[in-house]
Design a protein around this ligand. Structure first.
Ligand code: GLN
Length: 487
């Protein structure tokens, strides 16, 4: 049974299919690990063994009745930004510490239908604002590779859960890097899809024009399988795209000969730690051996992505949070009698300091007299950044570079300096501004045996190609199978 801890989704699925293990047994195995390791790691903030096992039993019954869905009976964790019916949904905030969602987010509904079993809810930076998981009301998450260090954020609980093998797959969300940066710092594979591919209904908004949900797992193949279960048009999300669903595993085994990898010079300049640079270079060399060629490209406006993001994201967040949009996102905790009552009670409970900072920035850049100078400028820069990518993809099929400028940093190292913290996402943010898909895959280890992530950016809707590119690398390397010592 213990070999199942590090198993791929296909292996788990085969074991379930062959009746070597039931979903109840598999879920119990992960719950037991969570019970043992979570008090230290703090990845899960809500657990409910009875609920999980009841759902697992349901999946076992579905299998007995002939259901052959590929992910049937496989347990997963959900980032606590997704509304889950009957479970606490806190978004890492004191404001929602007692909010039990009356309904499921579309992502949650779809993954239930696909047969996955909910192990619990995963810790995160408050309202997904952060890069270290230090802003959660429920305390920081520890990086299983070194518990004195952060797992990254905001999907820090999601990342740590996989790294500690407390779940085989999890959901995350990425507004400016929150899937890719924690995946990089925890040695995982994670993908932020093209904007609009995954429904945001029931996913608590941070910045609606940037937010996307995506899978995090050990391997690209696992991420592709999970993404298959997450996507699809949803009339309840006005930004959801109407397009044919595709099988994201379809191109996994294509050879990479002839692949053109664009290397933006702006991603290889100053600011990247030496060990990250050396590891990324080695990964690129591996790609050349797989038959790919690298081409130098430029994304001239990418240096403006962090400032543009830190105008746009807080502006959108302040609109959501200061009104606390109860109707659209369905915050209806049972003790609130009406919306006004909810606003005043929630606000009295208070936001943490990072959320307050964002609301302040957002309100400022949207205010009369400053709107043109900040918000409008940022929107123009956003358009230029998107245009840079259109130009770049004329010369290459995918873009590569580091996912994060450094490996996992120590607690407190950046939390006192917002600009330092904001620069954690310097390589990931431009993708969100452009609406493009982005991914991080484990590429090896830097100093102190800390994981380093390689970022792969694809053109719009090129997720299947990105999974192919990542999977081929994972066929000739084993970084994605490495586990932290003591786990
Ligand atoms: N670290 C970035 C921020 O704090 C991005 C967070 C995210 O992607 N949710 O805004």
């Amino acid at each position: 049974m213990s070999d199942l801890i590090n198993a791929s989704l296909r292996e788990l699925s085969a074991a379930l299919e062959a009746k070597q293990v039931s979903s109840v047994e598999l879920s119990t195995m992960f719950l037991d690990r969570i019970e043992k390791l979570n008090p230290e790691i703090n990845a899960f903030v809500t657990l409910d063994r009875a609920k999980t096992l009841a759902q697992a039993a349901e999946m076992d019954a579905r299998r007995a009745a002939g259901d052959t869905s590929p992910l049937l009976g496989i347990p997963l964790g959900h980032k606590d930004i997704f509304c889950t019916e009957g479970w606490l949904t806190t978004c890492g905030s004191k404001m929602l510490h007692n909010f039990v969602s009356p309904y499921d987010a579309t992502v949650v509904t779809k993954l239930k239908q696909a047969g996955l079993v909910t192990l619990g809810k995963l810790n995160m930076d408050e309202f997904a604002m952060g890069s270290s998981n230090e802003t959660s009301y429920f305390g920081p998450v520890k990086n299983p590779w070194d518990t004195k260090r952060v797992p990254g954020g905001s999907s820090g609980g999601s990342a740590a859960a996989i790294a500690a093998r407390l779940a085989p797959v999890v959901t995350g969300t990425d507004t400016g890097g929150s899937i890719r940066q924690p995946a990089s710092l925890c040695g995982l594979t994670g993908l932020k899809p093209t904007y609009g591919v995954v429904s945001r209904y029931g996913m608590i908004a941070f910045a609606s024009s940037l937010d996307q949900a995506g899978p995090m797992a050990k391997s690209a193949e696992d991420c592709a399988l999970l993404l298959n279960g997450m996507v699809g048009f949803d009339e309840r999300d006005s930004t959801s795209l109407q397009r044919e669903t595709e099988d994201y595993t379809r191109d996994l085994n294509k050879p990479l000969s002839g692949l053109r990898i664009g290397l933006p010079k702006e991603f290889f300049g100053e600011g990247m730690a030496d060990d990250v640079r050396a590891t990324v270079e080695a990964a690129l060399e591996q790609y050349r051996q797989l038959g790919a060629t690298t081409v130098d490209i430029t994304l001239p406006n990418s240096g403006l992505s962090v400032p543009a993001y830190y105008v746009i994201a807080p502006a959108e967040a302040s609109s959501n949070l200061s009104r606390f949009d109860g109707v659209r996102y369905g915050y209806r905790a049972p003790e609130f009698t009406n919306l006004d009552d909810m606003y005043s009670k929630s606000r009295a409970q208070g936001f943490g300091s990072e959320v307050k900072r964002r609301i302040l920035i957002g309100t400022y850049v949207l205010s009369h007299g400053y709107y043109d100078a900040y918000y409008l400028q940022a929107q123009k820069i956003r358009r230029l950044i998107a245009a840079d990518f259109v130009e770049a993809f004329k010369a290459c099929d995918v873009i590569m570079g580091p996912a994060s400028p450094d490996t996992a940093f120590a607690f407190g190292e950046k939390s006192g300096d917002p600009v330092k913290m904001y620069l954690s996402d310097i390589y990931t943010i431009s993708t969100n501004l452009a609406g493009l898909p982005g991914m991080s895959i484990p590429a090896g280890f830097g100093a102190n045996k800390l994981p380093v992530g390689l970022q792969i950016i694809g053109n719009y809707f090129d997720e299947a190609k990105m999974f192919n590119v990542a999977h081929q690398y994972q066929q000739v390397t084993s970084w994605h199978r490495e586990m932290p010592a003591g786990i």
